[in-house]
Structure formats: C-alpha cells, structure tokens
Design a protein around this ligand. Structure first.
Ligand code: PLP
Length: 396
C-alpha cells in the first residue's frame, strides 16, 4: 500500500485534466500563431482557456499571461514591478521571511542591483498582519509581495487586508497564490490583488504550466524574448495541451472547493490530534488559519530525513521542511522564520493531503509516525541527552 501525502510538493493529475489535454496532442495540435484552420482551432482553445481561468479568478482574459509555472510567474511579477519602480527611483520592496525561494531568490537578485528589501518578521503562529505591511511601506516602496498560503506550514495570510493597505498607499501588491489556487477562494478585484501567481501541478493539473494575473494598466516585462505570443509578454509557442489541462483542473478544483475544504479539514484535524499525542512535539503554524490540507509538525530529538526514509518504507510519501542543499543540512527558512531553533527545525514533518486520502490512511499515518518517531528517538544521542537532563527540552 502506498499513501501519497505530499500534495504541497505536487499532485496527481485529475482524470478531467488528462482528458482535456489529449485532443490537443493528437488532433488539434496546430500552432496558435498559424493562420490555417488547424492553427486557428488551437488559438480558439487558448482563448477559451484564458477566459475560463480569468473567470475563476475574477479578472479579465487580457489580464492573464501563461507561464511555465509558479516560479516563472513569481520571477516575472517581481522583476516587472521592480523595473517599473526603479525607473521612478522607487527601489524598496516589502516581503516576508517565509516566502518561496522563487520569490526570495528573485529579491536577492534585486538587492544586488541596488534595491532594498524589507522582509517582515513572521509571528510564531506563521502569520503576518496588514498592520506590519502598513508600517513597512515607505515613500519609495514599489512592491509588496506576500504569499497567500505557505507551502511548508500552510498558514493563510490576510491577503484582502494587505491588498487594501497597498491600494490605499498606491503600491503594487503581488501574491504567490500557488498553494491557494484551487484550494481557497480567490477574487482578485475584491481582494485588491494587482499580481497573482499560480501553478497547475499544485491543483491536479499538469507540471510545467502556470499563470500570472496582472491588473490592467500595469505593464509586464518579458523574461523570454522572441515571438509576440502572450501579447509580447512571454515569447514561445504556447503549451496548449498543458494550458487546457490547467483550465480543466482549476475549474474542477474550484467547483469542489467548499466540499473539499470540509472533508479535508476533518481529516487534517484528526491527523493533528493524533500526532499531538507524541510527547515533545509541536504543530507548526496557526491551527485555525491554515490550509485544509496541511499538517506540519516538529518532533524534538530526531532527524527529519531519517523520519521520511522510514515512513517511505512504510508506504507513506511525506516531506520534511528542511531543504537538503549540496550536502549541507540547512534547516528550513520557513521554520526558522517562525522561531523554531535549528535542532527542533531539523525534526520536521509535513503531511499534505488531497481529496483522495481516506480516514483509514490517516489512522495508519498516525500509527506509523508514532512508531517511527519512537524508534528514532531510541537510537538518537540527542534524545538521550534530553531525557537524561543534559540538554533541556524545548518542546513540551
Ligand atoms: C510549488 C510552488 C512554487 C513553484 O511553482 P512551480 O510551478 O513548481 O515552479 C512557487 N510558490 C509556491 C508557494 C509553491 O508551493
């Protein structure tokens, strides 16, 4: 038996998404820029998908640019807003310490070009407030970029309030909504969002395709030069099958959004309750304001990587918060941002659910995690030091 609980990393494609793609690979495979009818049929499909996605986000079709995914959308949004600001001498950007690397690394690049970035401190519950954003905005601020929902700890930021502050101050507001799209309600007009990134493979669509919404009137800078596709905002022949798959997946996800939220929240809370019984453990991120799919824990005295490997042996696909980069074990910047110390951050586990998970799977996961944590602690020198009192417990 295999249990897939790593849906924040990527999701299984839905049958609707797969079926929506097939005709655009073997029948309607024309290039939308071609003038013949095969090309024009592909172009009609592209127009149709753009309209449907725009409808689901509450914007106009002309405000949607298709990209290769969430990372590209984040890069393009931030670099475009910075370019606009820079030309007016506005070189200050406000963001948070727990953004996705697609945002953080783009901001680091801008810092090297003379931009100043304020990363807001994240409260220990994994949330920031609109008040913090208001305080951080200066005369020379050209962009606020705050993610909608965090990919590691699942916390949901007060996007509408932040949007209102940015609108009042006349600052462009971008949100990385990759974890939110298809899972939480989005209405870019109502929420005062100027730019929004999404990625199809996080809501049961195909990989390698995403979209960037940009409010009319804000010019986008192309990252990729070439043909005039996407009205000059993104060169390259459009990936029609993937775009059709994305439109179908988003439609399906949005149609089931409330029903799924109720079902997933019940599973999530059962999982949280079960894992909370493990001594010296803690839930990462606010209990209330979190994605219905996200469970993130730290267990003191163990190594997240070992936990993942042993869970994999038990048939469970999970993830840890820590990114293992080039041999060095850096703990997750997200967990550090909410005040977890290195030792504790290393013992992290993220289980991210989908509509396919069942109550039995939740029970099996609780039992398996309990067993594995107990085993790893029994062989851990750090745990021995904690139990003997040589070191002090940080988690109750
Ligand atoms: C997955 C993810 C991305 C990157 O999206 P890709 O389509 O894989 O490039 C960006 N931001 C967040 C919050 C994500 O979860």
């Amino acid at each position: 038996m295999r249990i897939y609980a790593d849906n924040a990393a990527t999701t299984k494609m839905s049958e609707a998404a797969i079926q929506a793609m097939i005709p655009y690979m073997n029948e309607i495979y024309g290039n939308p820029s071609s003038l013949h009818s095969e090309g024009q049929r592909a172009k009609e499909a592209l127009t149709d998908a753009r309209g449907r996605i725009a409808g689901l986000l509450g914007c106009e079709p002309g405000e949607i640019t298709f990209t290769s995914g969430g990372s590209e959308a984040d890069n393009q949004a931030i670099l475009s807003a910075a370019g606009l600001g820079g030309r007016k001498g506005k070189k200050h950007i406000v963001s948070t310490a727990f953004e996705h690397h697609a945002v953080l690394h783009t901001l680091e690049k801008l810092e090297k070009q003379g931009f100043e970035v304020t990363l807001l401190d994240v409260h220990e519950n994994g949330l920031i407030t609109a008040g913090q954003v208001r305080e951080a905005i200066r005369e020379d601020t050209c962009l606020v970029t705050v993610m909608y929902a965090n990919n590691e700890i699942g916390t949901i930021q007060p996007i509408s309030e932040i949007g209102a502050v940015c609108r009042e101050k006349g600052v462009i507001f971008h949100t990385d909504a990759v974890q939110a799209a298809g899972h939480l309600h989005i209405d870019v007009r109502e929420q005062n969002i100027d730019m929004l990134s999404l990625s199809a493979h996080k809501f049961h669509g195909p990989k390698g395709v995403g979209a960037l919404y940009v409010r009319k009137g804000i010019p986008l800078t192309a990252l990729i030069e070439g043909g005039a596709q996407e009205r000059g905002r993104r060169a390259g022949t459009e990936n029609i099958p993937a775009i059709m798959g994305m439109a179908a997946a988003l439609e399906e996800a949005c149609a089931g959004i409330d029903e799924n939220a109720v079902r997933l929240t019940a599973l999530r809370d059962k999982l949280i309750a079960g894992l909370s019984q493990i001594p010296h453990s803690a839930l990462n991120g606010d209990y209330e304001r979190r994605l219905p799919s996200n469970v993130s824990f730290c267990f003191e005295g163990i190594e997240g990587e070992s936990l993942l490997l042993l869970l994999d042996d038990k048939g469970i696909c999970a993830s840890s918060g820590s990114a293992c980069t080039s041999g060095s074990l850096d703990p997750s910047h997200v967990l550090l941002s909410i005040g977890r110390v290195h030792d504790v951050a290393h013992g992290s586990l993220r289980l991210s659910l989908s509509e396919e998970n069942t109550g039995e799977e939740i029970e099996y996961m609780i039992e398996s995690v309990k067993e594995v944590v107990e085993y790893l602690r029994s062989i851990s020198p750090i745990w021995r030091d904690l139990v003997s009192g040589k070191k002090e417990f940080i988690l109750k």
